[in-house]
Design a protein around this ligand. Structure first.
Ligand SMILES: [Zn+2]
Length: 440
């Protein structure tokens, strides 16, 4: 059994803004490691599925999967708001000229859907969000006092994957990207990139994800990269400085950069040790040039901002695929589709258990009732094995307003007053804690 990373051999430069870069292989279960395959588990747990009539690489999300996705998106939006980002929405289509200006058309068209003719125009499903954000930045005048200007969007983008490599959530044609662009001065780049790495660290802690490695992704040979040696030298020096100061171990790898600039990629590995990129931080001098972006400096003159592209969790699809495999479906409590299940031992405790579920609802906790009509207590406990908290209500607990909590990891707690149990669970969930219980 090997955890060795299967190095991505796809030499194409990454044209998309952060995160969604596939690693040349579609994952499958390695029979020896017997690690879960997110496609199989996703179907078994009712998280997502695909249908040939909708098309390969176009998964749909079932209610439990949609709950996980929504919760993850809300976590990201809140973290971004707290870090000074402002959110925008931009359309998933754009005119061909937009991508000619950004350089995607010249450097990345192999991965783009063919344009659609609309009268005299051609519109394209966007391969990244960057060009739209550059245009939004350009639509207003900016003073140096507004910088760093942090623009975020959880938005759709599209990639014309061949059907043969599609499967599950890892190689999809429609991607929801956790994206952001920071427009800043050259002096601000290092701090912004460092802060993005710190956001990634905190998110991984909350999500229970361990990075496989940090990668400094540099351009390789061939004409796929923007030809501007001085620009590459400066942006590479900036990112190297950020990594060195962070104290994180990293490897520099050629041939993995975006076409417009180098990247810090945070790599994760699946059960078979195959790596893919989840999070990235990129420095870009190219698109500000192409879109003629500027801000007015303290000297009253026009200056060119730098764009930092960054993604905390990459694409929602890839992040959820990784979470499913990492946790075998047993998500951190704050992310679990169902967080609590109330288990009345017999019909006599049904009303108490229903009341407990109502109290969960009032707190915003996702709870369900599994009554005696659903089998023996043992069968219901087994059925609820992925639910973080199982609240057993027997005759004694019902009589004095307590619940006997069983935690998903097998721990059984002494019966607690229902209010206290809920307050402690609620605090852990609201803090996005990876822990199931806080021994107070
Ligand atoms: Zn971007």
């Amino acid at each position: 059994m090997s955890r060795r990373a299967d190095r991505c051999s796809d030499p194409k430069p990454r044209g998309e803004c952060p995160g969604a870069s596939p690693c040349g292989h579609s994952p499958h279960v390695d029979e020896e490691t017997a690690m879960p395959d997110h496609r199989k588990l996703g179907r078994e747990l009712g998280l997502f599925d695909t249908d040939p009539l909708i098309g390969a690489g176009l998964p749909y999300w079932l209610p439990d999967g949609a709950t996980v996705r929504h919760t993850l998106e809300e976590y990201i939006r809140t973290a971004e708001r707290r870090a000074g980002y402002r959110h925008v929405y931009s359309p998933v289509l754009g005119k061909r000229e937009l991508y000619e200006l950004s350089g995607h058309w010249q450097h990345y068209s192999d991965d783009m859907f063919p344009p659609v003719e609309l009268g005299a125009e051609q519109v394209v499903l966007r391969p990244s969000l960057c060009p739209h954000h550059a245009v939004i930045y350009r639509s207003r005048g900016h003073s140096y006092r507004e910088l760093p200007l942090r623009m975020a969007e959880l938005g759709g983008m599209y990639r014309s994957e061949l059907s043969g490599v599609l499967g599950g959530l890892t190689r999809v044609r429609a991607i929801q990207l956790n994206d952001a662009h920071i427009f800043c001065t050259l002096d601000q780049v290092a701090d912004e990139a460092g802060a993005a790495l710190e956001m990634i660290r905190r998110a991984y802690e909350a999500l229970g994800i361990t990075p496989a490695r940090y990668r400094l992704s540099l351009p390789g040979p061939g004409g796929k990269y923007v030809a501007a040696p001085e620009m590459w030298r400066r942006s590479t020096a900036l990112l190297t400085g950020v990594l060195d100061r962070s104290g994180l171990p990293y490897e520099a790898v050629e041939g993995e950069a975006a076409f417009y600039g180098p990247k810090i990629d945070v790599q994760v590995a699946d059960g078979a040790g195959r790596e893919s990129t989840l999070s990235t931080v990129q420095v870009d001098f190219h698109q500000p040039e192409r879109f003629d972006l500027h801000y007015i400096g303290p000297d009253g003159a026009r200056h060119r901002p730098v764009m930092v592209h960054r993604s905390i969790i990459g694409s929602v699809e890839r992040a959820v695929a990784h979470l499913i495999e990492e946790h075998g479906g047993a998500f951190p409590a704050w992310l679990a589709p169902t967080q609590l299940v109330a288990l009345p031992v017999s019909e006599a405790e049904l009303a108490r258990a229903e009341e407990f579920v109502r109290r969960c609802d009032e707190l915003g906790l996702r709870a369900e009732l599994a009554g005696p009509d659903r089998g023996t207590l043992g069968a219901r406990v087994r059925e609820a094995r992925l639910i973080p908290y199982q609240a057993v209500v027997g005759a004694r607990e019902a009589a004095d307003g307590r619940v006997a909590l069983r935690l998903r990891d097998g721990r059984r707690l002494d019966p607690l007053p229902a209010g206290e149990a809920l307050a402690r669970i609620d605090a852990l969930v609201k803090a996005h804690s990876p822990e199931l219980w806080d021994a107070a």
